[in-house]
Design a binder for this molecule. Sequence first.
Ligand code: SF4
Ligand code: ZN
Length: 301
Amino acid sequence: MEPPICTKCRAKPSVYHRAYSGERLCPDCFRESLKERVKRTINRFHMFEHGSRIAVGVSGGKDSLGLLRLLAEIEEETHGSDVVAVTIDEGIKGYRDEALRLVGEACSGLGVESVVLGFGDLFGTTMDDIASRERELSTCSYCGVLRRRALNEAAKSVGADRLATAHTLDDMAQSVLLNILRGDAGGMATIDPGGGSLEGFVRRVKPYCEVPERESALYAYLSGFEFQSLPCPYAEEAMRNDMRGFLNRMEAKRPGTMFVTFNTGLKMIPTLSKGEAMGHCRLCGEPTPGDTCRVCQLLGR
Ligand code: SF4
Ligand code: ZN
């Protein structure tokens, strides 16, 4: 049987059924609609200003490489801002090495400047070191905190005023549920797609927050670029995996569940009260609400 015709151009056969909207799209219309979606998200959350310098956190996976391509395209068309790729090398042998090659190739193809910053240079340790030591917390807990700092440092080092990360709609919906299940109301701040401006932090934005991971994967496939699909050897976020499974099942039963979850989470983002002004870490001098920042605590400085 012939596939149904694209509901947008009404000319070409569709390859994708977008269950939450009822559209059936051909490859060209799908890619175009994804770009329009990202543009709309950028406007909805007022992410950039004219002349912004955007550091895009690129890991080498499908989501970040797709976002880099789309932002480079959008900014070239609108002559709005310039884009630079920042990559963090956590020091994970056999895993990060391949990703670094893919990022390098993608950036030279797109004509985008690319900068790599390593945990080793910044913290004097690597994830391989940390994983081999006795620890109280999971590997990912360390990695998440250190990578956040490293991305901020990398963005500052290239003079960026925005730091774009490729969190997808799925990541956002999972985070909403995780925050609820952990009782972490304050954690809801991390899903803010437009980012707040806090002194010492490059403003973080998430232009992929309304792109389902499935569509990010299809975009990568239809664009034909190479990306890393090898999972990290330390991946162990058990609870997030549970949320992923649950949300995927719900989305299949009730299309649109992830959008509803994310949009509900947005209404729960706490606003920093005036009394909670940032101070500086007594050890490293970086901004923190307490007297020692999380990085120094975790590294046992
Ligand atoms: Fe880091 Fe965990 Fe991601 Fe591996 S899976 S890169 S350890 S956060
Ligand atoms: Zn079409």
